[in-house]
Write a protein that binds this ligand. Structure first.
Ligand SMILES: CC(C)(COP(=O)(O)OP(=O)(O)OC[C@H]1O[C@@H](n2cnc3c(N)ncnc32)[C@H](O)[C@@H]1OP(=O)(O)O)[C@@H](O)C(=O)NCCC(=O)NCCS
Length: 267
């Protein structure tokens, strides 16, 4: 992993590096089947909708670009990397990355909309990541807020598409970071903000070691969640945004990126 000069690795303790990146659809216009492994091409061919095919292809390209930029894989062509996000029953699972059939020790998450792809990758499996993008223009706030817990509803204006979208994005990001084999059940994932921190519950258990970031990107709400297992000792979490682009008036081809570093306490 290349060292970031602005954010050097602390002298003691192990560090997990999580990088997230939002890529506007226009910046992924060159996505093609050349980026895919044979199994990924076979799966792509099963999608009937051309829009779904294009979204999915952009997601694979954005994820593989980030994996390569992070130096997680060296000297590999994108088509040699395989990202699996379905189990044998065709259900969605947390992404698994393989090179030459061998599973890589990384964590990955992605979310697609017509506007772009949000992707995050981490180099330590003890810091699981989940991301989600929500377009407030697609939200019917009063209908969707029925699926928020009383704690979540008490914090927001339930008639505001922006507020409801932010909670929904946080819920899905936490779900993607925390799930093992649970299906997404909105009332089972609670994200309640308390000042600078969040109180989260996932299927009845509290998630203590959580970092949750929400941002506006391209008129959408993005959420990035990083969850560490309960027994992991964390010394500190360092967050940094880079290349921010919050409004449509900025350069639309510029990605919006950030990093999050989890410093584990020496065991
Ligand atoms: C998580 C979920 C709600 C997100 O759906 P969405 O908001 O419409 O779509 P997004 O674009 O934000 O996210 C889709 C991506 O999430 C990822 N994903 C799917 N299921 C996931 C899961 N269980 N955990 C983590 N990530 C998951 C995939 O990478 C998927 O993209 P891909 O199909 O291109 O690989 C939906 O995918 C879902 O319900 N998944 C669970 C399926 C399930 O019940 N699995 C069985 C238990 S593991």
């Amino acid at each position: 992993m290349p060292v970031d000069p602005d954010n050097p690795v602390p002298e003691t303790g192990e560090v997990a590096n999580v990088r997230w990146q939002y890529m506007p659809a226009a910046s992924l216009a060159s996505a093609s089947e050349a980026w895919l492994s044979p199994a990924e091409r076979a799966l792509l061919a099963t999608f009937r909708s051309p829009l779904r095919q294009a979204d999915w292809l952009r997601g694979r390209m954005a994820a593989k670009q980030l994996l390569m930029e992070m130096g997680v894989v060296r000297d590999a062509r994108p088509s040699e990397l395989e990202i699996t996000t379905r189990n044998l029953r065709g259900q969605g699972i947390p992404p698994e990355v393989r090179l030459g059939g061998e599973r890589l020790p990384v964590v990955l998450s992605l979310s697609h909309t017509a506007e772009g792809i949000l992707v995050a990758c981490g180099d330590d499996v003890r810091a699981r990541v989940g991301v989600d993008l929500v377009r407030p223009t697609e939200i019917h706030p009063e209908a969707l807020s029925v699926w928020l817990t009383p704690g979540e509803r008490s914090q927001i204006d339930r008639t505001s598409a922006h507020d409801v979208a932010a909670v929904w994005a946080a819920k899905e990001a936490v779900y993607k970071a925390a799930c093992v084999n649970e299906s997404f059940a909105p009332m089972q994932v609670e994200t309640v903000r308390k000042g600078e921190t969040w109180n989260c519950r996932f299927f009845g258990r509290r998630i203590d070691r959580l970092s949750l970031i929400t941002r506006e990107m391209d008129g959408q709400i993005a959420a990035i969640a990083v969850v560490q297992p309960a027994r992991t000792l964390v010394r500190e979490v360092i967050q940094r945004d880079g290349g921010a682009r919050d409004t449509a008036t900025d350069n639309p081809s510029k990605p919006h990126t950030g990093t999050l570093r989890v410093v584990f306490a020496p065991s």
